[in-house]
Design a protein around this ligand. Structure first.
Ligand SMILES: [Zn+2]
Length: 242
C-alpha cells in the first residue's frame, strides 16, 4: 500500500476516484482521502456517491490487496465516484490527536521519559492516555494543565517528515509507545510528527497544522490503572464545562 493521502494532503476532504474492486458492502478505490483509524484515533466517516446513489462509509479493513471501504448498503458500485469526508469529525480527531502529543510531551519531560501504554480518542471531544508511571504524584499530573494550555497558545507549527529506522534509533525520544512502534512506510521509513520547537515523535495519525488551532484542555480525571499505569482523561475545556 502506498502512503496515505491523508498524511500528504490532510486538507483534502473530497475527491473523484474510481472503483478498483467491489464486493457486496465494500469497495476498494483507486485513491482514498480517508484515515482508516489506528493509534487511538477513530477512523474517518464519510460518504460515497456515484451515478446510481449515495452510501455512507461505515468503516475500513486493511488487507494485503489494499484498503476496503465498508459501506452502508450492498448496491453494486462502478464507474466514476465521488467520496467525501465528514470534515468536522476529522478536524475533531486531528485536534484531539495534536492535544495528545502536547500532553504526552509534558508528561515525558516532567516524569523522566515516561512512555505511553495506550491512547484512545472519543467523539465527545475527550481522550484518555495511559502512561507507564509507577509512583507518580497525581496532583503533579493535574497541575500541568496551565503549562499545556500556554504551550498550545504559543502556536507551534506541526509538520511531518520521514526518517529511516536507523535515524529513528539514533534520536532518543521519538518512540513514545511502550509496546507499539508505528509500522514503517512501504519504503521502510517511519513517519515523524514534529511539533516544531516542542515535540517530535513517531506517529501515523492526522493532526492540526499548528497548535494554536487547538482549544484549551481540562484534565477531567487522573486514575491509577494497576501499579504501573496512570490514566489521564483529557477533554476540550469548552465541551466539558461544569
Ligand atoms: Zn499523532
Amino acid at each position: 500500500m502506498s502512503r496515505y493521502l491523508c498524511h500528504d494532503q490532510p486538507q483534502l476532504s473530497e475527491l473523484e476516484t474510481s472503483v478498483v474492486d467491489w464486493r457486496p458492502g465494500r469497495v476498494r478505490l483507486d485513491r482514498s482521502p480517508f484515515y482508516p483509524g489506528g493509534g487511538g484515533q477513530l477512523a474517518d466517516r464519510g460518504h460515497l456517491s456515484w451515478r446510481n446513489g449515495d452510501v455512507s462509509i461505515t468503516g475500513f479493513e486493511a488487507e494485503a490487496d489494499g484498503l476496503w471501504h465498508l459501506l452502508s448498503a450492498n448496491d453494486e458500485i462502478d464507474g466514476a465516484i465521488k467520496v467525501r469526508i465528514d470534515q468536522p469529525f476529522r478536524e475533531l480527531m486531528s485536534e484531539l490527536h495534536t492535544l495528545s502529543h502536547v500532553v504526552n510531551n509534558f508528561v515525558f519531560e516532567e516524569f523522566g521519559g515516561a512512555l505511553v501504554t495506550g491512547v484512545q480518542m472519543a467523539e465527545d471531544g475527550s481522550f484518555r492516555i495511559d502512561f507507564d508511571l509507577p509512583g507518580a504524584d497525581n496532583d503533579r499530573l493535574r497541575g500541568m494543565v496551565d503549562e499545556i494550555n500556554d504551550a498550545l497558545r504559543q502556536d507551534f507549527p506541526v509538520r511531518q517528515e520521514y526518517l529511516s529506522e536507523e535515524a529513528v534509533g539514533s534520536e532518543p525520544g521519538l518512540i513514545r509507545s511502550k509496546a507499539v512502534t508505528p509500522p514503517p512506510q512501504p519504503d521502510g521509513t517511519i513517519r515523524i510528527v514534529d511539533i516544531v520547537g516542542l515535540d517530535r515523535q513517531a506517529c501515523g495519525g492526522t493532526h492540526l497544522f499548528h497548535t494554536g488551532l487547538a482549544r484549551s484542555i481540562r484534565i477531567l480525571k487522573v486514575e491509577n490503572k494497576g501499579r504501573q499505569n496512570r490514566r489521564l482523561r483529557v477533554g476540550i475545556a469548552d465541551l466539558f464545562n461544569d
